[in-house]
Design a binder for this molecule. Structure first.
Ligand code: 5GP
Length: 211
């Protein structure tokens, strides 16, 4: 059976990853499953254990890291967040796509381990007008402008690690774009070639010659 695809959605903080992920999950009719992260932060009202996160203690989290149970992990405003490895591997081996919504630091760790994944960077809608917005207002101090520029440059540099940049101008539009990406990624020759080879009994490994 063909393996499932790993899809990683991330981007700068505050760009709306969570909202876009919720929209995709709402629409999703079984094409992918969502990887529930583990976190040491407190549960917010309305959040459900095992649905939004696996809420754990710092000691438990550290144990999971030490015993190689995490595909990646990172610290964000004083709390640990991480992706349990086993569920990701099991899902892919069952031929289902798995969807991760994680921060940039985590995504880069995943890319090192699973470069065949699809890495999608969600960008703020005003990225193109950023320079004007940063410098043009004329009201901010030079320090504030410098800090914002540095942050923007940093974000763009991180974007280079990704396969796709999706503007989050409207949640529904961003979700449409991501659905299209997933659809066409599934049609990539490097992903379907193995199936064809199997049917025809070809031994030749396409991947090794076309990477
Ligand atoms: P929140 O506390 O608002 O739910 O999430 C804070 C940040 O942690 C968000 O940017 C979210 O994308 C990120 N995050 C959630 N789960 C994971 C994870 O498993 N790994 C990493 N690296 N980041 C995560």
């Amino acid at each position: 059976m063909a393996k499932g695809m790993l899809i990683v959605l991330s981007g700068p903080s505050g760009v709306g990853k969570g909202t876009v992920r919720q929209e995709l999950t709402r629409r999703n009719s079984g094409q992918f499953v969502y990887s529930v992260s583990m976190t040491t932060r407190k549960k917010r009202p309305g959040e459900v254990e095992g649905v939004d996160y696996f809420f754990t203690s710092v000691a438990e989290f550290k144990h999971a890291v030490q015993s190689n149970q995490m595909l990646e992990y990172n610290q964000y405003v004083g709390h640990y967040y991480g992706t349990p490895r086993q569920y990701v591997e099991k899902t892919i081996n069952q031929g289902k796509d798995i969807f991760l919504e994680i921060d940039v630091g985590g995504a880069i760790q995943v890319k090192e381990k699973m470069p065949e994944g699809v890495f999608i960077f969600l960008t703020p809608p005003d990225l193109k007008a950023l320079r004007m917005r940063i410098t043009g207002r004329g009201t901010d101090s030079a320090t504030v402008i410098d800090r914002r520029m540095a942050q923007a440059v940093n974000e763009i540099n991180l974007m280079k690690e990704y396969d796709y940049a999706v503007v989050n101008d409207q949640v529904t539009k961003a979700a449409d774009r991501i659905e299209k990406i997933i659809e066409s990624e599934h049609l990539k020759v490097k992903r379907v070639m193995k199936d064809y080879e199997k049917v025809l009994g070809v031994k030749h490994d396409y991947e090794t010659n076309h990477r």
